[in-house]
Ligand binder design. Structure first.
Ligand code: GLY
Length: 449
């Protein structure tokens, strides 16, 4: 059943799976659509229900990565007459949520389980890249610890310690599966923890050892419509850049992302062309030739060196916090884009973008990415915040009544639009000045690294 609004436009319900800032941003954007009556987020977070039309569905993300939880959500989607589901994080995708929704006759955006291996297995992804000529740093994969150690020793001997080696756990590791080892001892310790001590469980039993390519990272998110029976399309979004290190100047430990910008000023037309021919086109050819069913979002994690793009990884979803930086620039209905991906009309979809830039710094809790404090009240000076061009996207916070309390390491992002990157930066940090919680911290160099 679709309800009809006073404008005569039929309206339907949309379901978003996930609990982060990315999902809050997707929910906000979906709710802007005149064709959407209700937006549900499972499990969502404290920020989602603050948006008009939006509410949370309390099924945990762990449950949604297992069959029983997925089936509960399918029951909910049927009862709530959900017309479109968008999957945010990778774990439910690699656990086959798309296959289950489609088998139940529900429209869902995301790769099926087989296609989700492009993120779920680094070994699969690297052999796909090599098979189809996608430019990627050279690598070898190992399931035997001693062989991996021997290869590592040879690498550091050959390079005389000048070039690091990148260790990647084969399976999903929630951001803990990559080590850039600068010396043999560091690499050997990493291999031991992955392959012998099973620090990451089964995810680290097989590893990819990859040549290190220095350069600047760029994230290209894209909409994909590839199904076994028809020619496919990949439509790239504006470029974005995450800032993964915890501290300013790209120092300190890796995090889930300390802020993002879009578009990226140094992703020049020349580099875009290189991305198209060296990465996007062979990826599309490969997906078609492998007969993948991929009607969902993809994220190309690139390293750009000397105006050439190298693909470091595929993620089979939108990026977080890149999505928070991109949604304010979307000059199209995101739910309509999703339907175009599903019915194979993506090629004709008007993927228009607003002019200007977005700067989206992330505020984190004290201690993050180590053990961090929780339960601190978040104060938002609405009068001051509303003087800026910023949106507030909540990640790790829960609501008690009208008040938000911190509940995760990455607590929130402000996504500020500006006429250019400088203006966006000014707006973003003015907006962050209107938000406070005990121990709140953030990097001040998002877009200036
Ligand atoms: N921004 C990195 C990620 O979403 O994995």
């Amino acid at each position: 059943m679709h309800t009809e609004g006073s404008d005569g436009v039929p309206k339907s319900a949309v379901l978003i799976i996930g609990s982060g800032g990315r999902e809050h941003a997707i929910a906000w954007k979906a709710a802007q659509s005149s064709k959407v009556a209700a937006v549900y987020a499972a499990p969502g977070n404290g920020g989602v229900p603050r948006e008009e039309k939006c509410e949370n569905v309390p099924i945990s993300l762990d449950a949604l990565s297992q069959q029983a939880g997925q089936e509960r959500l399918i029951d909910f989607a049927r009862q709530a007459d959900v017309r479109l589901t968008i999957v945010g994080p990778e774990a439910p995708l690699t656990a086959g949520i798309v296959d289950r929704f489609r088998a139940s006759g529900l429209a869902v955006v995301g790769p099926n389980k087989a296609a989700a291996r492009l993120e779920g297995s680094k070994v699969f992804a690297k052999s796909f890249m090599e098979k189809y000529g996608v430019r990627t740093p050279r690598s070898r994969s190992f399931s035997d610890y001693k062989d991996a150690l021997l290869y590592t020793a040879e690498h550091f001997q050959r390079e005389q310690g000048k070039t690091p080696l990148v260790l990647k756990a084969d399976g999903l590791a929630a951001g803990k599966g990559v080590i850039i080892a600068r010396q043999y001892d560091e690499a050997a310790a990493g291999l031991g923890s992955f392959m012998q001590d099973a620090l990451l469980g089964d995810a680290g039993k097989t590893v990819v050892l990859e040549e290190f390519v220095p350069g600047k990272e760029v994230s290209i998110l894209a909409a994909v419509s590839v199904s076994p029976d028809s020619p496919g399309t990949i439509a790239p979004f504006l470029s974005a850049r995450d800032h993964k290190r915890r501290f300013e100047g790209a120092q300190g430990p890796n995090t889930g992302g300390m802020g993002a910008i879009a578009p990226v000023p140094d992703f020049s037309p020349l580099v875009q062309k290189d991305f198209q021919t060296a990465i996007l086109e062979p990826t599309l050819r490969g997906m078609e030739q492998e007969g993948l069913d991929y009607r969902g979002f993809i994220f190309f994690g690139l390293m750009v060196k000397d105006e050439r793009c190298y693909l470091l990884e595929y993620n089979v979803r939108l990026g977080d916090p890149e999505t928070q930086a991109l949604v304010p620039l979307m000059d199209f209905d995101l739910t309509e884009l999703c339907f175009a991906m599903l019915d194979n009309t993506l090629r004709d979809f008007p993927l228009n973008w607003k002019a200007g830039s977005v700067c989206a710094p992330v505020a984190v809790a004290q201690g993050y990415p180590g053990a961090y404090s929780k339960g601190d009240r978040i104060d938002i000076n609405q009068a001051e915040f509303s003087q800026t061009n910023a949106l507030l996207f909540i990640a790790g916070a829960e609501a008690k009544g009208e008040t938000l309390f911190t509940a995760g390491g990455r607590v929130l992002a402000v996504s500020a639009s500006g006429t250019d990157s400088e203006d966006a930066w000014e707006q973003a940090y003015r907006a962050l000045g209107a938000v406070s919680f005990e121990g709140m911290d953030y990097r001040r160099d998002i877009g200036r690294e």
